[in-house]
Design a protein around this ligand. Structure first.
Ligand code: B4P
Length: 190
């Protein structure tokens, strides 16, 4: 099995690349952001809760996100592996994921991180905000709050996976195709 955490700051291209890589490697793509947006669209209780955090650019509480992620994994039996996109985003999510996947005897092979400078990320997100309808992409102060959440709660996960010899950084600047090529070099090794 290949279980890969696709990592990077908001707008680094995790969702974009996961769409391509899931086909190439026959993996199940779980994006916690997409699952939340699906629930918001369908006005479920989970969606209403998530919306109150996402609209401000805050992270959704760990307990909610961890339970949701586990349910998504359980829906997919007998698969080649998973691309986790946007999860984990806190140390407590990373520990919960390790515990859960170790119990299932399907550990993480590696964290593959897209590295992109903040000024370029802001441009990409504001640009998407013009057409996506995503409220968290339309306002620079909300985008800056997402970066702040990333810096204070998520960026430390680089060290978490480095300590397990599982961190692989990839330059996330270039065309979408070029970046897929770079990521594939790492995916092939894992
Ligand atoms: P996510 O949905 O995970 O999304 P993201 O960080 O905005 O973006 P991603 O990196 O996937 O970028 P994308 O490919 O779309 O999170 C949204 C919110 O959900 C969070 O703020 C949080 O509130 C909540 N949430 C999600 N997971 C959570 C968790 N585990 N715990 C708590 N809360 C959680 O690309 C962005 C843009 O760049 C696109 O427009 C794309 O077309 C463009 N782009 C991509 N690659 C490009 C390239 N090479 N060149 C130019 N443009 C490119």
């Amino acid at each position: 099995m290949k279980n890969i955490v696709l990592f990077g700051p908001p707008g680094s291209g995790k969702g974009t690349q996961a769409e391509v890589l899931k086909e190439k490697y026959n993996l199940v793509h779980i994006s916690t952001g997409d699952v939340f947006r699906y629930n918001i669209k369908n006005k479920t209780d989970l969606g209403k809760l998530a919306k109150s955090y996402m609209d401000k650019g805050d992270l959704v509480p760990d307990e909610v996100t961890i339970n949701m992620l586990k349910a998504e994994v359980e829906k997919n039996k007998d698969v080649n592996g998973f691309i986790f996109d946007g999860f984990p985003r806190t140390e407590s999510q990373a520990k919960a994921l390790d515990l859960f996947l170790t119990e299932k005897k399907m550990p993480i092979n590696g964290m593959v991180a897209l590295e992109v400078a903040e000024d370029l990320l802001i441009k990409r997100l504001l640009n998407r905000g013009k057409t996506s309808g995503r409220t968290d992409d339309q306002d620079e102060s909300k985008i800056r709050n997402r970066f702040n959440e990333y810096e204070t709660k998520t960026a430390i996960l680089k060290h978490y996976y480095e300590n397990q010899d599982k961190y692989y950084g990839v330059d996330g600047v270039g065309s979408i195709g070029e970046i897929t090529e770079r990521l594939s070099v790492v995916f092939d090794k894992l």
